[in-house]
Design a protein. Structure first.
Length: 287
């Protein structure tokens, strides 16, 4: 884990891309010292948890989860009879879960160092609790993402590809017809891919969305806050960071200030998490 020293920073932005998402206004946030995982929880790490506990994810219990159509085999697509009306490329796939990201004819055998996906907020909380950790608050997550920089889109600045170098896994090409994979990946990338930010964190934007502990709220005042936890209740949980399905023409949410939401039992092929902690010395070690 990486230690992130307590202090103040500006969360949010006064130049929101998606006003309806509650990206603004910028407000001063004071946080205590905390720790965050260097990278997203991997398939290998989640498999250890499952093997030790017998845990079943909600996608496994429900029997399905959401997958991008272009990632599916023709056999799997041929069995699907429904889609999301507002997003016809987003399909509920029977048998899609963390062990079978693209449905029953797929596996994670060669992707053990990729982020675990098809995990709900409830699943993420269970894993973090088993590790004697927790999910980061939205304010902690955004502090970690910014890496000490202020008012920048990305953890390294405002340029998408500084010096022509890809620093995150997002969509290249016309969405949803085909990802050209110019950043080296179609779908998820290994959690250890790409350079760290100034705090020592990897993949804070792109790759997969990451759950936070906060309930969703879009009404933020400009007043300073200390260790904000978000609303005390709600229907959706905040997720941050965007995913491999984002680009600047579609879902430009691979930014530190960007945010979105899902119900706590939701899962999808582009949704994962990382843990935080106040006392990393209590972390359960993988055996």
């Amino acid at each position: 884990m990486v230690k992130i020293k307590g202090g103040s920073y500006f969360m949010g932005t006064n130049e929101p891309v998606f006003v309806a998402d509650g990206e603004g206004p910028a407000r001063q946030i004071k946080l205590d010292t905390f720790h965050m995982d260097v990278h997203e929880v991997s398939n290998e790490q989640f498999e250890t948890f499952v093997n030790k506990t017998g845990f079943l994810t909600e996608a496994e219990k429900f029997g399905n989860s959401f997958v991008l159509e272009s990632l599916l085999s023709n056999e799997v697509k041929g069995k699907i009879t429904q889609a999301v009306a507002a997003a016809p490329w987003w399909l509920p796939v029977e048998g899609a879960d963390w062990k079978h990201p693209e449905g029953p004819d797929s596996s994670i055998r060669n992707r053990m160092h990729h982020p675990v996906v098809h995990v709900s907020w409830n699943d993420a909380v269970a894993y973090c609790a088993w590790k004697n950790k927790r999910l980061p608050t939205e304010a902690e997550w955004e502090r970690g993402c910014r890496g000490g920089l202020e008012d920048r889109h990305y953890p390294w600045g405002n340029k998408l590809t500084p010096n022509g170098m890809h620093r995150m896994n997002i969509w290249q090409g016309s969405f949803p017809n085909g990802d050209t994979g110019e950043d080296g990946f179609k779908g998820t990338a290994p959690v250890t891919q790409y350079p760290i930010n100034k705090f020592g964190l990897k993949n804070m934007v792109g790759n997969v969305w990451e759950w936070t502990s906060d309930w969703w709220n879009i009404n933020h005042g400009p007043s300073p806050q200390t260790n904000p936890l978000g609303p005390s209740s709600g229907t959706d949980k905040v997720k941050k960071g965007g995913s491999f399905m984002c680009n600047q023409k579609f879902c430009f949410r691979h930014r530190c200030a960007a945010r979105s939401q899902n119900t706590p039992d939701s899962s999808a092929i582009n949704l994962g998490f990382r843990c935080a902690s106040d006392n990393p010395s209590k972390e359960r070690q993988d055996l």
